[in-house]
Design a protein around this ligand. Structure first.
Ligand SMILES: *Cc1c(COP(=O)(O)O)cnc(C)c1O
Length: 310
């Protein structure tokens, strides 16, 4: 029977149409969930900080294909976080035409520093050793010495890198000048660009859960690391990041977030962290409301927007 061995044109059309409907439904769901989370975060931010815009939503995009990330970016979202350098690299070319602000939020090995910079990361939130921080700063210096083109060599980062590996005239990591974290248009080039003194934004990752997690320094070790990283000429510390206590109950999570906030205040009061290093990256899908109550300025949301990961 011919219609069993070779589907006719109209059934092929039906399949294509069904596929497009599914893609359209998926995109709509992402947009709706993103809008919901954004609204919830704005309300919580107003409550905690008296300012609806004091907390930013970072989309945690691990395992998500570029096409689904693009849906969020086309809806006007800009801040995304990738866990793996390889994923950051793979998706960068596909998203290069949309200004956005990709951070690295997973562990960084020294041999991936170059890839991270060239893939256009505008911030590394996972600094937990002097060795990696030193390598980042050295590598930025080397790229700057090759000239501005080297900083933006692999096209995906072009737009973003100009506004990012910044470029503060004085070259002072403590400069009050606001960076891409607070820029309305993170992709826009800065007029003060000085390729000789580019700065990369970083967060120090602190392990506030005391679990045997490999990532993050202990709160006790954060002071020494902050003092060391602060001296590096091409890094600018924007704040602290913690994974906290994923999967734990509120009474375990809350203290781990409170501890990050207290640590941040203490280190700034002591002059160890720059006074401008006020960002607190903490909170995920399950607990972001609580993290905002404890002072988060960036919450990292994955599954609430993109659905459960396999
Ligand atoms: C995956 C991930 C998130 C987001 O997790 P969800 O529970 O999916 O919201 C946040 N931060 C880091 C570092 C992650 O790896």
């Amino acid at each position: 029977m011919s219609d069993q061995t070779a589907p006719d044109a109209s059934s092929a059309d039906t399949q294509v149409a069904a596929h497009q409907d599914a893609v359209g439904d998926d995109a709509r769901t992402i947009r709706e969930r993103l809008a919901q989370v954004t609204e919830t975060v704005r309300a919580a931010s107003r409550e905690a900080h008296g300012d609806a815009a004091a907390v930013r939503v970072m989309l945690a995009t691990k395992t998500q294909p570029a096409a689904r990330i693009r849906v969020a970016l086309e809806a006007g979202h800009t801040l995304i976080g990738e866990n793996r350098v390889q994923e950051l690299q793979a998706k960068a070319p596909e998203l290069a035409d949309i200004p956005h602000e990709p951070h690295l939020i997973g562990p960084l090995q020294r041999n991936k520093v170059n890839h991270t910079l060239r893939a256009g990361a505008v911030c590394v939130q996972s600094i937990d050793s002097l060795a990696v921080a030193q390598k980042l700063s050295d590598r930025i210096a080397a790229l700057a010495a090759e000239g501005h083109d080297a900083l933006v060599a692999e096209a995906p980062g072009t737009l973003r890198t100009v506004g990012t590996l910044r470029t503060v005239g004085t070259g002072s990591p403590d400069s009050e000048q606001s960076g891409p974290l607070v820029d309305a248009a993170p992709g826009s080039p800065t007029s003060t660009a000085d390729p000789q003194s580019p700065l990369l934004d970083v967060f120090l990752q602190v392990n506030t859960s005391r679990e045997d997690s490999k990532s993050g320094v202990t709160p006790a070790a954060a002071e020494e690391l902050a003092g060391q990283v602060r001296e590096l000429p091409h890094l600018r510390i924007r704040g602290l990041m913690t994974i906290g206590f994923p999967g734990a109950g509120d009474d375990e999570i809350r203290p781990s977030y409170a501890e990050l906030r207290e640590l941040s205040v203490r280190l700034r009061d002591a002059g160890v962290l720059p006074t401008t290093a006020t960002e607190l990256s903490m909170g995920m899908s399950a607990d972001y409301a609580l993290a905002i109550e404890e002072g988060a300025t960036i919450v990292r949301i994955g599954s609430t927007v993109f659905g459960a990961r396999d």
